[in-house]
Design a protein around this ligand. Structure first.
Ligand code: ZN
Length: 212
C-alpha cells in the first residue's frame, strides 16, 4: 500500500462522495494524521469504510528473519495509530494501534489496555532474552575456554622452572634471613616447614612479574 502523506498537526474537515449513492460525507481528520486526504479523498468516490487516518509509523527497525529458507530484512515491531471514521466496528472509529510484529503480520485494533497487555508480554520476553543473553555469554566463554585450558595448565607448570632461574638465589637469601629470625622460636621445625611453603608459593607467584 503506497499513500502519499504529509505531516499535519491540526484536525481538518474533509469531504468525499459515497461510492454507491454519490452522497457527500464529511469527516474530521485525526490529529497527527499524515494522509493526504486532499489528494486521496477530497471529492473522490469512496466506500466510507475505506476512509482512514493514521500517524506516521515509528522509525522502522529491521531484522534478518528467515521466512522460507533464506533470511530477509523485514521490519519488526512497527506501531501506528489509526482511525477509520466510518468503520463497521465502533472500536475502529476511535484511535487505536496497529502493531506489526513482523512485516505483514499485525495485531490490529489495539486500545490502550490491549496495547498495555502486548507491551507487558514483550517486556517479559525482553527480560527472558536478557537472561538468555547472559547464559549465552557464559556458555560461549566456557565452550571456547576448553581448548585453551591445556595451554593455561602448561603455563602454570612452567612457572616454578622460571622461579628456579636467576631469581631463585634471591628467594633463597630471603628464606635464609627469615629462617634465622625464627630459629630461636619455640618450634623451629614447624616454623621452617611453614616458611618453606610460604616462600615456595611466593616464588611461584612472583616468577611471572620477574620475567615480564
Ligand atoms: Zn486523516
Amino acid at each position: 500500500m503506497s499513500i502519499e502523506t504529509t505531516a499535519t498537526a491540526r484536525p481538518r474537515q474533509w469531504m468525499f462522495l459515497d461510492k454507491e449513492s454519490g452522497d457527500p460525507f464529511t469527516f474530521t481528520c485525526m490529529p497527527g494524521c499524515v494522509i493526504r486526504h486532499d489528494i486521496l479523498d477530497e471529492c473522490q468516490k469512496r466506500a466510507p469504510a475505506e476512509i482512514l487516518c493514521w500517524t506516521s509509523p515509528d522509525r522502522p527497525a529491521y531484522l534478518p528473519v528467515e521466512c522460507a529458507s533464506t533470511p530477509e530484512d523485514v521490519h519488526v515491531l512497527a506501531a501506528q495509530i489509526q482511525v477509520r471514521p466510518f468503520a463497521t466496528s465502533m472500536a475502529a472509529r476511535l484511535p487505536h494501534v496497529t502493531l506489526e510484529i513482523v512485516e505483514d503480520h499485525t495485531i490490529s485494533g489495539l486500545d490502550p489496555d490491549s496495547l498495555a497487555a502486548v507491551i507487558g508480554v514483550l517486556a517479559e520476553r525482553l527480560e527472558a532474552l536478557r537472561g538468555t543473553h547472559a547464559d549465552l555469554v557464559r556458555l560461549r566463554a566456557e565452550y571456547l575456554g576448553r581448548p585453551a585450558a591445556p595451554e593455561q595448565a602448561a603455563t602454570a607448570v612452567q612457572q616454578p622452572a622460571v622461579a628456579d632461574g636467576p631469581d631463585a638465589s634471591t628467594v633463597n637469601r630471603a628464606w635464609d634471613a627469615i629462617e634465622d629470625v625464627f630459629k630461636a622460636s619455640a618450634n623451629p621445625e614447624m616454623t621452617r616447614n611453614a616458611l618453606r611453603e610460604f616462600v615456595d608459593l611466593t616464588a611461584a607467584k612472583a616468577a611471572p612479574e620477574v620475567t615480564a
